[in-house]
Design a protein around this ligand. Structure first.
Ligand SMILES: *Cc1c(COP(=O)(O)O)cnc(C)c1O
Length: 384
């Protein structure tokens, strides 16, 4: 393999190794749900490429997608994803646009026809939307729906059944709004699995080979907004139909290496740099370990007194988005306001749950969670 600055095995040029990341003044502890905080060293590295990307003479926002420089970037990004996530060789990796929201429709369009069936596990607002869009294409139905339980948990195997003649099962691996997450590979009744992994991809273990479509917007765990990662199995590619709208046909993008039209060039570069950062920090296992540690610290705090009311049922707790109320809901506004005063942003819960939500994706440093927990300790002391 040709080595260049983008594809060094440890992901860095010599000059870039082990720089201490010092938070510039005014940067907050960002707990936003997405777009979300990126590792500071990635942000700084990307900043240096704005005038001149990889000594090409072209700036990051100005380089042609048809250039050798950009080809090396997209190749590098795909190779890293394959390595970090152990994507089987016969699976395709795509970088599309239109967000996970476009995939709600596009997956169904490419996988089923009008009379064919697909089953959905409904664990929150995003899976509801996925079901609704798939319903425009074929016979899409909810095999399980957590709405009556307030979306406090994900289904366990045995709590639902999949239709005998269903073509696939769709689930949402992490429910960004409600703060729940599967900690097992959901039973699909032997059918192919399609997963919206937007908010936990590369933050928790995932067995790629047990899925046929994996899709995720990049703006939570993988990078900046505007890139959607799609991973397709040979089965998924074989389902393609004649006569689909060109841009909504997976085969268009597979056959052109995600460059049928102009891709989000800068977004793909950021994604490559985020994966390089993951690789030099212990790979997927390292990310999982850090996310476990962050989640354990925050949930321990939430469990330590009745002052806090965590939303999710224990077995379904998300490691990426932690949601809770205060026992006295009247204190929530003060909590958010004071958090902001001490430099913490993005903590307001989604309107469908209310309360507080701390999103702690891969880019969120432990130091931010420590700062949050220490603020919570302090706040509780003053109001209890
Ligand atoms: C954020 C999110 C989406 C929506 O992503 P867009 O890129 O804005 O379309 C879909 N699903 C999940 C699970 C999400 O967290």
């Amino acid at each position: 393999m040709k080595m260049n600055p983008v594809v060094n095995s440890d992901g860095l040029k010599d000059s870039e190794r082990s720089r201490p990341a010092v938070e510039p003044a005014g940067r907050i502890h960002n707990f936003g749900a997405g777009p979300a905080v990126l590792p500071l060293e990635v942000v700084e590295e990307v900043a240096t490429t704005l005038p001149n990307l990889l000594e090409s003479g072209f700036g990051l926002l100005e380089v042609s997608h048809r250039s050798a420089t950009f080809q090396s970037v997209i190749d590098s990004a795909m190779e890293r994803i394959r390595r970090v996530m152990s994507v089987p060789d016969d699976y395709e990796i795509l970088f599309l646009q239109g967000g996970a929201s476009t995939q709600f429709y596009m997956t169904a369009l490419n996988l089923i026809s009008e009379r064919e069936k697909a089953d959905f596990l409904i664990t929150g607002g995003w899976s509801q939307k996925a079901l609704e869009e798939a319903g425009r294409v074929g016979d899409a139905a909810a095999a399980w729906d957590g709405v009556d339980g307030g979306f406090k948990s994900v289904p366990q195997d045995g709590e639902y059944s999949i239709r005998e003649d269903s073509e696939y099962v769709h689930y949402t691996s992490n429910n960004t709004l409600f703060g729940t997450q599967y900690h097992h590979l959901p039973d699909s009744g032997g059918k192919p699995r399609v997963v919206d992994a937007s908010s936990d991809i590369c933050g928790v273990p995932i067995d790629v080979a047990s899925h046929d479509v994996i899709y995720a917007g990049a703006q939570k765990n993988l990078g900046a907004s505007g890139v959607t990662l799609v991973i397709l199995s040979p089965w998924a590619m074989s389902r393609g139909k004649e006569g689909l709208p060109t841009m909504l046909d997976y085969n268009t993008h597979v056959s052109k290496g995600s460059m049928f039209n102009t891709p989000n060039t800068s977004g793909i570069y950021v994604l490559d740099r985020v994966f390089a950062w993951v690789e030099r920090n212990g790979g997927l296992d390292g990310a999982i370990e850090r996310n476990h540690a962050k989640a354990a610290l925050l949930y321990d705090k939430l469990d330590s007194s009745d002052f806090w009311k965590p939303h999710a049922t224990e077995h379904s707790r998300s490691m990426m988005n932690v949601t809770w109320r205060l026992a006295d809901e009247n204190l929530e506004a003060a909590f958010l306001e004071q958090a902001e005063e001490v430099g913490m942003g993005g903590l307001k819960g989604h309107r469908s749950v209310g309360g507080i939500r701390a999103s702690m994706y891969n880019g969120c440093p432990m130091g931010s969670v420590e700062a949050l927990v220490s603020f919570m300790q302090d706040f509780e002391g003053r109001h209890n």
